[in-house]
Write a protein that binds this ligand. Structure first.
Ligand code: R5P
Length: 319
């Protein structure tokens, strides 16, 4: 698209909280604007203080923050920054949330539990957002938890380009559970290869049991795809099942590297040929492995921001 982002009627301001400064800087570099100066710090008692250090009056403000670990602090930073922008008379406020934490608590699975993803959506709206820009929401229906537009980008266009460049023979895309079938089918269709599904049960939180593999994986190179890798229990269990069923090399890709608990040792032990993540959550150096590749999402986010800002369609970014 050909336009000068600095010459619109309303100024654009990109603000970053603390969770994802590198991605925020990459986005501003792509847009050709500077990151708006702000402070986001913690008092000794744990309270958070934020300040936007330049005027945002009448501006279209985009606040970049993943609500990853520490989830509650990161969420609070985002809420406070939205409030600060609102009270500083921003014209519009878009929360750019590359990884939307609490997204797995999206329904009542048992009595007397909250629907936390809905509560987080309410908090963000109450704080003052007009729009959300995010990537690979755990469940599409979370868009409906918001009464403002939600643009949910997908990593798949970037993943398709990457895997096409690897030119892997006899590839089968595998979903580690039935919930991820649509995502895996979409990738398999674009990579023009087969599809398999792992029958996974989760007897309790953070524990998974593999029951069966549906589809042909014997002698094939397999690509497991998930939205989130948290403890890596699901994905490493999936890799073991695929080995048991005679798979050759096993790759895995997930948009959001939550990587908590024993994730890194589980990933090491699973024997993946390559582990591919995006940069929606920064991975600390001590959790990086030699066989990890990080796909950058700044081009997609910056293009979406540009189009939202100029009132153009974002739908062909989803292909
Ligand atoms: C579950 O439905 C998600 O899509 C992921 O499969 C899950 O969050 C991964 O968690 P873990 O890595 O702890 O098995």
């Amino acid at each position: 698209m050909n336009f000068d982002i600095t010459k619109k009627k309303h100024d654009i301001k990109i603000i970053s909280c603390n969770s994802n400064l590198t991605l925020a800087n990459d986005i501003t570099d792509k847009l050709g604007v500077s990151l708006t100066e702000s402070d986001c710090k913690k008092f000794l008692d744990g309270e958070i203080f934020v300040k936007i250090k330049e005027s945002v009056r009448g501006c279209d403000v985009f606040i970049v923050q993943s609500t990853c670990k520490p989830a509650n602090d990161n969420l609070m930073e985002l809420l406070l920054m939205i409030d600060a922008a609102k009270r500083a008379s921003a014209r519009t406020i878009t929360a750019v949330i590359p990884y939307f934490g609490y997204s797995r608590q999206d329904r009542k699975m048992e009595p007397r539990v909250p629907i936390s993803a809905k509560l987080v959506a309410n908090l963000l709206m109450k704080a003052g957002i007009q729009r959300v820009l995010t990537m690979d929401l755990h469940a599409d229906q979370i868009q409906g938890f918001f009464d403002v537009p939600v643009d949910n980008l997908f990593l798949t266009p970037i993943a398709i380009g990457y895997f096409n460049s690897l030119k892997i023979d006899d590839l089968v895309v595998v979903s580690p559970d039935s919930g991820g079938t649509d995502r895996a089918r979409y990738l398999a269709k674009h990579l023009q290869c087969g599809l398999a599904i792992i029958d996974k049960r989760r007897p309790k939180a953070n524990v998974c049991e593999i029951m069966n593999v549906i589809g042909e994986v014997e002698g094939k190179n397999c690509l497991l795809i998930d939205d989130i890798i948290d403890t890596a229990g699901s994905i490493s269990g999936g890799a073991k099942a695929l080995k048991d069923f005679g798979a050759k090399d096993i790759y895995c890709i997930a948009t959001h590297p939550v990587l908590s608990g024993n994730a890194v040792s589980n990933l090491k032990g699973a024997g993946f040929k390559e582990i591919i993540f995006s940069d929606t959550i920064p991975i600390p150096e001590d959790k990086m492995l030699d066989n990890m590749t990080i796909l950058r999402t700044c081009s997609l986010f910056s293009e979406a921001i540009k189009r939202i800002y100029s009132g153009e369609s974002v739908s062909n970014l989803f292909v």
